[in-house]
Structures are given as structure tokens and as C-alpha cells.
Design a binder for this molecule. Structure first.
Ligand SMILES: [Fe+2]
Length: 300
């Protein structure tokens, strides 16, 4: 069995109280909070863990930002699959084990973990949509609640140095079994886990000279929930990084917010799904950021 999903994200944060409040407002289940450790959970059992930036349990990071993601842990389908992947990466790098999580560095100096996925089945229903004589929402109405309750973490994104791109992307494709969905010569590489149909679970943005965590993205039910979750965040005083819109690559609705724990978070909905019949697209020029956006400056 292969890598299925993002399993856990561990941040080092400069202000635990502010970081904890951010993820509380983001709408995740709060498992515990305190000055040394805060834990949140998605509806399918993925974990967000926060520690103070100087906490001794945290690995080093190539990202110069004070608050940032320190470890991205991927969930593997079963023990045998985990063992095989750990044996593969152990061929040329140190692998440390701690409570069932095997950690090592990728080609960009980011700490990556592997563990067996602890998937929880979430009850997720399609939100019915009325169109003409198709009337699935009969004698019912749209719930006006505004806070999102993200279903799952869909993807993580890192900026990597352009010069190291081939090595950095090759590590995930050739060693960890990721599949390429789209690659733009001027933008980066969108990859999905072997056990996932999401257009991307990992995006490596090629930058001239910067290794840094960029964002983590959380799936919500539909476009309404992207907007209502974002509205709640704005009203709670958090800053949006972009206007809401719909991406070209991945086709997902998006809205990004500045996360005091590091990078951004994104609400997303209705992303493209791919299986092994999909031929990766190689773009000489990036086709652009969005099909549409509520801010014209984000259309390019
Ligand atoms: Fe994203």
C-alpha cells in the first residue's frame, strides 16, 4: 500500500495563543491546547500540532520565517507499505523513528515523516443543488451558519529553489511514489499521492532562490462553505492573502488566509480528480492562477 494522504502537520509557532486561536477559527476540532502543545483534528482524523518555535522536539527548517511548518507527515495505507518506503529512503539518508513515525529530510531540507494512516470515516453528504425541475432541496433551506468545519487536509505546498527542482521533484515521484498531474516550466510541479485521486496533494513551487513552506489546504463541502468559512475568518480579524476564486490547475475554488503559524491556509472545494489514466500536462507557460477571481488583480 502506498501513501494515501497528508497525515499530520507540525508547526513551530512564535505565539502559541495566536496560532491556537487561528486554527480554532479555521473550524477544526480542538483536541487540546496549552502553551507547549496544541492539537487540532480534521473530520477524517488528520492532525495539526502546534509547538513553540524553539521547542526541542522540532527539527531544523530551511525556512527563515519565525513561525513555519516543521514537519509534514504522510499517511501510508498499511505497515507493509510503510516498511517498504522506509527501506527505500533509508538507502541514502538518515531515518529517525519516534512512536511509529519515520522522519527524514527531502532534497530541499524539509523534514518529511511517514506513518500508517489512521483514517476516520467522516459522514460527508453532497449538498443538494436545485436546478430547474431538478429539485433535491425540497422543503428545505440553506443553513446560514458561517464557520467552516474542514473535512480534510488536501495538500501542502513548498517553495523550492529552481536550481534544485529536478532533484526535489524526482525524490517524491521516484522514491515516494507520487504521480505528476501538471507541471509548468515557470511555476512548479503538482503531484498526488499514489493512493489519492486529488489533482494535487503536494505542490512544489519553483522559485529563483527560496526554500520555504507556502500553504496547507483544507477541503470544505462546496463553494458556499469556502465563502462562509472565509467570511467567518475575516470577521474574526484574520487577513486574507487572496480574494476567493477558482484555480485553473486543479479547478478548485479557493480562498487563502495568512496563518500566524506559518505560510497560508486555503479553503478549497471541488478539485479535479485524477487516476492513472491521466496523462500529466507539461506547460511551457503557466496557464495562470485563476479562471476567475473576485479580485481582478488575481486573474493573471
Ligand atoms: Fe493550494
Amino acid at each position: 500500500m502506498t501513501i494515501q494522504r497528508v497525515e499530520k502537520l507540525i508547526y513551530g509557532v512564535e505565539d502559541m495563543e495566536v496560532g491556537t486561536q487561528y486554527y480554532r477559527d479555521w473550524g477544526l476540532e480542538e483536541v487540546k491546547s496549552g502553551p507547549e502543545r496544541a492539537v487540532f483534528r480534521t473530520r477524517v482524523g488528520q492532525v495539526i500540532e502546534l509547538h513553540p518555535a524553539g521547542h526541542p522536539s522540532l527539527p531544523p527548517t530551511p525556512d527563515p520565517a519565525g513561525s513555519t511548518l516543521r514537519t509534514a507527515i504522510w499517511g501510508v495505507g498499511n505497515e507493509a507499505g510503510l516498511k517498504a518506503l522506509v527501506a527505500e529512503v533509508s538507502r541514502d539518508r538518515d531515518v529517525r523513528e519516534d512512536e511509529g513515525v519515520f522522519s527524514f529530510s527531502d532534497e530541499s531540507g524539509n523534514t518529511v515523516g511517514l506513518t500508517v494512516a489512521q483514517t476516520v470515516e467522516a459522514k460527508v453528504d453532497l449538498v443538494p443543488v436545485n436546478v430547474n425541475k431538478i429539485e433535491p432541496r425540497m422543503n428545505d433551506f440553506i443553513d446560514p451558519k458561517t464557520q467552516a468545519n474542514p473535512i480534510r487536509i488536501g495538500h501542502v505546498v513548498f517553495a523550492i529553489e529552481m536550481a534544485d527542482r529536478k532533484k526535489a521533484v524526482g525524490f517524491y515521484l521516484d522514491r515516494l511514489g507520487f504521480r505528476l498531474s501538471d507541471s509548468t516550466k515557470t511555476g512548479g510541479d503538482f503531484m498526488r499521492c499514489a493512493g489519492s485521486h486529488d489533482h494535487h496533494n503536494l505542490f512544489l513551487i519553483s522559485r529563483a532562490d527560496r526554500n520555504a513552506f507556502d500553504h496547507a489546504s483544507f477541503e470544505v463541502e462546496n463553494f458556499d462553505m469556502v465563502m462562509m468559512g472565509g467570511k467567518f475568518m475575516k470577521e474574526a480579524g484574520w487577513k486574507a492573502e487572496t480574494a476567493p476564486g477558482r484555480h485553473i490547475l486543479g479547478s478548485n475554488y479557493f480562498w487563502y488566509f495568512r496563518n500566524p503559524c506559518g505560510g497560508n491556509t486555503e479553503y478549497f472545494a471541488d478539485m479535479d480528480r485524477m487516476n492513472d489514466d491521466w496523462e500529466p500536462r507539461i506547460w511551457d507557460e503557466s496557464p495562470g492562477f485563476s479562471i476567475w477571481s473576485l479580485d481582478d488583480t488575481a486573474m493573471a
